[in-house]
Design a protein around this ligand. Structure first.
Ligand code: SAM
Length: 213
């Protein structure tokens, strides 16, 4: 999908009074609170209306977030202001991002399955590049079985994740948690009902200390 098609599609979905995915953080992300330290630097990619970035900022993290939809970003800024937290929200296309080197302690990627396999490979490589050594990737998405549930996500099996796919894509990271499960998701109208989920927590290794010289 072109930049302007994606923007128009998502702008139309977000042009509503309420929040399409609710204002509470994603349940998998909030269950990872013990891994998140105040003052650390987080990036929320394709952050939508800001439920996840605002929650992270409320924990005291320094948060950058972006989405392709100006309507979503305006709602995310309003949510941050209403909850009196500061987030650097931007409008950006993840497919044309200059991924910074080793900048983030946390990257949150929650339901970003708009990406085709080729796009996904570039995005996942960007995550690895932008994590600091010791930084953590928190990712939740759908498995192919989600197509039968029809409770969220695009109708493209090739955009879904499996455990082997994520293990291979993130071979450069230490996988701390990789879990496939079916559960009820209640995250606004957008994600609602029994869902085929997959959760990943992966940490960028710290450089191995070289021996004494
Ligand atoms: C299913 S929503 C998830 C939003 C958010 N992560 C959440 O959990 O509430 C997918 C998001 O991806 C965004 N998106 C789609 N294509 C994008 C792109 N090329 N670059 C950045 N964001 C994009 C959409 O605008 C939408 O907000």
């Amino acid at each position: 999908m072109s930049f302007s098609d994606a923007r128009q599609t998502w702008d139309a979905r977000y042009s509503r009074e309420d929040f399409l995915f609710g204002t509470e953080p994603n349940a998998f992300l909030s269950a990872q609170a013990h891994r998140l330290e105040p003052g650390s630097r987080a990036l929320c990619v394709a952050d939508g209306e800001g439920r996840n970035s605002v929650w992270l900022a409320g924990l005291g993290l320094e948060v950058d977030a972006f989405d392709i939809s100006p309507v979503a970003v305006a709602k995310a800024r309003a949510l941050a202001s209403q909850q009196r937290v500061s987030v650097r929200h931007a409008i950006a296309d993840i497919l044309h991002l200059e991924w910074p080197d080793a900048r983030y302690d946390v990257i949150a990627a929650i339901f970003i399955q708009f990406a085709s396999p080729d796009e996904r490979a570039a995005i996942f490589a960007g995550f690895v590049q932008s994590l600091r050594p010791g930084g953590v990737l928190l990712l939740q998405g759908y498995r192919p079985e989600q197509l039968a549930y029809r409770t969220g996500g695009p109708p493209f099996a090739e955009n879904m994740y499996s455990e082997p796919l994520l293990r291979e894509a993130f071979a450069a990271l230490d996988i701390h948690h990789l879990h496939s499960h079916d559960d009820i998701v209640c995250e606004g109208e957008g994600h609602n009902g029994m869902s085929a989920l997959i959760d990943l927590v992966a940490v960028k290794p710290r450089r191995v200390t070289e021996g004494y010289r």
